[in-house]
Design a protein around this ligand. Structure first.
Ligand SMILES: *Cc1c(COP(=O)(O)O)cnc(C)c1O
Length: 375
């Protein structure tokens, strides 16, 4: 089945007892055992499993073409869970440009627990090959990357990881399975901040891992144990909201991507803009690779204005329709001065503004950016 069809139907059969088309929310934390001690419906306690969580996990696994999905309370909880399957002494390779929270989690918390990390420019598979160590257990990819939209070659890097005996995991938050299916390109694990496009309405936090493996594999079992024992699981209502958002994901993302392409082209020819990061632009260094491994270029754009931080903050200060806020993937368009939210350890250029393109009419979005840039 095509992804639009899966987005509507996966994990959402009509309810057998009532015929309800929309699933009920099962708030119960605990489930009755039968006289013989068994769990006749397959559920015992909501931290371990819950009908709403199971439906959301199954739906996302179907969209990513994976064997098993695991839901977490946030994207970072999902990343932390995967890292908790590693043992002290393991080495993790991460890209130089990536979500700031992933870098901080690795450096501030997991390094103290005995994991080593290196950050390399993964646009070059040669640099990755040179950075691999005998104890490298995980290659962490983020493509397109946050916030500079680097494009990484998933197929080539997954091959390098496997040859070194490491897993390859891809943060697929920005592309979503609508535009990129990392498991089909050889990755072992896909991660999502479901807070972004999957939720799509800026009203629910969520995270997920999807594995190529089946549920009985050692990695899947280990992750189920971390999920249940660390307990960073989403509530039944969160899962219900996330499942509710999936049917509209393909049309939302398609419309947002069309607008992002137009805005990127406008910014690209603007005299006050030094540089536009959008893989759909033929001038983007990752354009050809993105055209090969993605079905669409996505709805995130970043750009650098002439004049550094003060000029960028001034542009953001003049918008009227765009909202100045962090996060992304919702129906409303957001603009963010990324370096100032990342703080003193930021690796982001001072003049960079990040756009999350929403569902407003693109002419209105463009006119507002034009007036904000025109001072
Ligand atoms: C937001 C984000 C995360 C973290 O997700 P949370 O749901 O905020 O914990 C991870 N990766 C990327 C690319 C993100 O944009």
């Amino acid at each position: 089945m095509q992804i639009e069809t899966l987005a509507v139907h996966a994990g959402r059969p009509p309810e057998p007892h009532t015929g309800a088309i929309t699933p009920s929310i099962t708030l119960s934390t605990t489930f009755e055992r039968a006289a013989d001690g068994s769990y006749p419906h397959g559920y015992s306690y909501t931290r371990s499993d819950n009908p709403n969580r199971r439906a959301w996990e199954e739906a996302l696994a179907a969209l990513e073409g994976g064997g098993v999905g695991l839901a977490f309370a946030s994207g970072l909880a999902a990343i932390a869970a995967l890292l908790q399957t590693l043992s002290a002494g393991a080495h993790v390779l991460l890209p130089a440009d990536l979500y700031h929270g992933t870098r901080q989690l690795m450096l501030d918390i997991l390094q103290r627990w005995g994991l080593a990390a290196d950050f390399v420019d993964m646009r070059s598979p040669q640099l990755v090959a040179a950075a691999l160590r005998p104890n490298t257990r995980l290659l962490w990819l983020e493509t397109p990357s946050n916030p500079q939209l680097d494009i990484l070659d998933i197929q080539a890097l997954a091959q390098l990881a496997h040859a070194a005996g490491a897993l390859c995991a891809v943060d697929n938050t920005w592309a979503t399975p609508i535009w990129q299916r990392p498991l089909a390109l050889g990755a072992d694990v896909v991660m999502h901040s479901a807070t972004k496009y999957l939720g799509g309405h800026s009203d629910v936090l969520g995270g997920a891992l999807v594995l190529r493996d089946d549920p009985a594999s050692p990695l899947a079992q280990q992750l189920r144990a971390v999920q249940s024992l660390s307990g960073a699981v989403p509530s039944p209502f969160d899962c219900w909201l996330l499942l509710r958002s999936l049917p509209t994901l393909p049309v939302r993302l398609r419309a947002q991507t069309v607008s992002a392409g137009r805005l990127a082209a406008f910014l690209h020819q603007h005299p006050r803009v030094r540089r536009v990061n959008y893989p759909g632009l033929p001038s983007h260094p990752g354009h050809a690779l993105a055209a090969r491994q993605m079905q669409g270029f996505g709805a995130m754009v970043s750009f650098e204005v002439e004049g550094g931080a003060s000029a960028a903050l001034a542009v953001a200060g003049r918008v009227r329709l765009w909202t100045r806020a962090t996060s992304l993937g919702g129906v409303e368009s957001l603009i963010e001065h990324r370096a100032s939210i990342e703080g003193p350890d930021s690796h982001t250029p001072a003049g960079l503004l990040r756009l999350s393109v929403g569902l407003e009419h693109v002419d209105d979005l463009l006119a507002d950016l034009a007036q904000a840039l025109s001072e």
